[in-house]
Design a binder for this molecule. Sequence first.
Ligand SMILES: Cc1cc2nc3c(=O)[nH]c(=O)nc-3n(C[C@H](O)[C@H](O)[C@H](O)COP(=O)(O)O)c2cc1C
Length: 399
Amino acid sequence: MLNNKTIVLGITGSIAAYKAAEIASRLTQAGSKVNVIMTKEAIQFISPVTLRAVTGSPVVTEMFDLASEFSIEHISLAQAADIVVIAPATANIIAKLAAGIADDMLCCTVLATKAPVLIAPAMETNMYNNPATQDNLTRLEARGFEIIGPASGWLASGKEGVGRLADINDIIGSICQVLGRDGDLAGKHLVVTAGGTQEPIDPVRYISNRSSGKMGYALAEAARDRGAKVTLVTAHTSLSEPAGVDIMQAGTAQEMYQAVQGVAPHADALVMAAAVADYRPIKAAKDKIKKDKAELTLKLELTPDILGSVKGDFIKVGFAAESINLVENAREKLKQKGLDLIIANDITAGDSGFDTDTNRVTIIDREGKIESLPLMPKREVADKVLDRVAALLSKRSKR
Ligand SMILES: Cc1cc2nc3c(=O)[nH]c(=O)nc-3n(C[C@H](O)[C@H](O)[C@H](O)COP(=O)(O)O)c2cc1C
């Protein structure tokens, strides 16, 4: 998503300006060309040398710089941009943009660009809550500016409150979301499930599996980056929540069943990448089970069949993690559960399946056609699966 994109990163005079170096570096590493514009005040907080070094590109700090490589900078940067991101954005720049002031290079670039503008406010709580700042943000939002954050937490004033620069992952996620909003899944609603459910044995123990949630999270991010509205129904994972995605927590198979039944029938597609427990203890003990017997028998019962029971006019995609008879078992599951596609997941090798960054899958459709993919990063697998979902959705809309 970020590869080969041109991003103007505006940095303003906030104490959070040092975090902009990390944003610039992450975007550059992802393949974007990052053109940094710093206000006069931003330079008090972080050196342009740092931004020059992490982006490998000149940093604009002056309105009138005759030595610059850009001809008429505010226009050339504005025209080249796929997106303008201001992070951190001070109360001052927010006020200036709301008023349409053009007295520095960043304001001029924003006025001159046709690209989307994303701003990440960062300031002390009272400055943020001040009706002037709130009014300015409302005006910018009404004009189509995208706003991310601010978050709550520790502030430079030594107090806790709202005003912290949004988390860097969330800022990068929002950039991807904005850049992808006209993608092939624009206007579609996808529900993705992820992670391994935990079925309680007693208040501290549970039955679960090795699912890391990485495949489901990659699917959710990829769908977001192709313009979809995404609901991620997630069991426990140690991953951070993707930005720009609606999150529903579902710790157990029963909770996931209820969440999916509630949301999927109104969606365009359901992609079930979660590893839902097949069995759960019939009754979880109320108190912690004591270690006072030589043997302990747990009685298990089947969990609800989510994929088999959820009904509606949406594309249904399942995953089948198999250690033997990969294709036959997956085909059987596709038929049994009335799926449009099944992604058969070979879990016999250490580099594929649970808790890995890569996956080797075979995609099988209703007609029985088989597409075997080589080992690839989960994000690439996600895009391959979504290529198929997008094709099915477009076929459906032509019916
Ligand atoms: C130490 C210090 C920290 C500041 N931090 C912030 C901040 O986090 N957010 C903010 O809106 N203003 C902050 N300010 C005030 C801005 O730097 C000031 O409004 C400045 O005019 C902003 O200019 P700019 O928007 O052109 O970068 C801070 C000022 C100082 C002295």
